[in-house]
Design a protein. Structure first.
Lengths: 207, 207
DNA sequence: GTCTATAAAGGGATAGAC
DNA sequence: GTCTATCCCTTTATAGAC
């Protein structure tokens, strides 16, 4: 691993534990095993550019996990539930550290660091596109794929935060169960005509 | 509104836009219309104590919204969807500011500020308990109520972050739709319990 | 209680030797 | 490319006048 990657990796590690503002250059230099001058040699943009690289790096790594975890399950709905269970396990094993620096940094800096927000949007956009394409290959309609991706990502990011605060895996299990149910309902309702007329209210969810 | 509340409110406003570490005492003093010395007079614990007060304040305010928004819908599932639509609208109207400082601060400081993590856990715990009780009054079984609360909170917190980064309401609509489907499946799959008691005259909006 | 001035410490970034 | 020393600025917190 070259120096650039090592620095970005150390930054990612700090970002998900402390966020962007609380992470200092000196602390990063210690964590990366490089003096401050070296940091600015590799990243002329300083702290901000290192954080951007860290977000892109972890973003690319995370999206690979989706097919990796879901391909193991023939039943897509069951796979979703397993994915959340896996995330819960990882959280607990790492002492309830936030698994996703992208979420933390976005929440923190979207209004104050436009450059970082754009990087976060770019990463999240990749997640949505890649994930959407994957779910389509698993048999979901395109609009359903997009809905599922957004639901999974939202639930994951939120569960990270709740689990981190409460030190409990319950958010993951609850989120996993609800989305599993939704995906299962899509698979059984293959016929185009919406037969889901059980609930009485109109389903105009347009826009 | 007395000075304590005004300071805590200004802090909450800054927390959800910038998070904890990036918010300075001087900036807070300007926002609250009080000099720094006054801040330390009202909150001897300084920045940390003000943040704690801000989290408790917004936590208490937010949980009141749950019955307020859901009581308007006889169909609980439809109410859930409307709740997410409302959150999406608020986000857009506020220029995609993060709606929940509790989530931001938790993600940021859970490992570095034990006091704030405990306050966040206390607030989230109140959300879960209060919300769970509410869903029970709407006819859900106790275990289902707990699942729904965790799912709603996770999806909301995550959608806040994704929407903030992408500047899009899509995460809310997707999350709302999935949980709506889950709640609807609970209501129709309840043969043993006598038909779900819709919100009859008595609006149990208890403490 | 309100406000000003300042202390003590740490931040990001840079220059320049090696 | 690596590392050290330093500049300048901001931070939190406090002391003490009003």
């Amino acid at each position: 691993m070259d120096t650039d990657e090592r620095i970005a990796l150390a930054m990612a590690e700090l970002l998900r534990k402390q966020g962007y503002a609380a992470t200092g250059i000196n602390q990063l230099a210690r964590a990366a095993g490089a003096p401050t001058g070296s940091l600015y040699h590799h990243f002329k943009g300083g702290k901000r550019e290192i954080a951007a690289a860290a977000l892109r790096q972890t973003g690319a790594a995370y999206i690979q996990l989706l097919p990796l975890l879901l391909d193991a399950h023939d039943d897509l709905a069951a796979g979703i539930e397993a994915l959340f269970a896996q995330a819960a396990e990882d959280m607990r094993d790492t002492g309830w550290a936030n698994m996703c620096p992208v979420g933390t940094v976005t929440a923190e800096t979207a209004d104050t660091e436009p450059e970082l927000r754009e990087v976060a949007a770019e990463v999240m956009g990749t997640w949505v596109e890649t994930g959407s394409r994957y779910f389509t290959t698993r048999g979901l309609a395109e609009t359903d794929s997009r809905t599922v991706v957004f639901a999974v990502l939202s639930a994951l990011e939120g569960a990270f935060v709740l689990a981190r605060g409460l030190r409990s895996a319950e958010p993951f299990h609850a989120a996993g169960r609800t989305i599993k149910t939704y995906v299962a309902s899509l698979c059984t309702e293959q016929p185009k005509t919406p037969t889901r007329a059980r609930a009485q209210s109109g389903k105009r969810t347009g826009t």
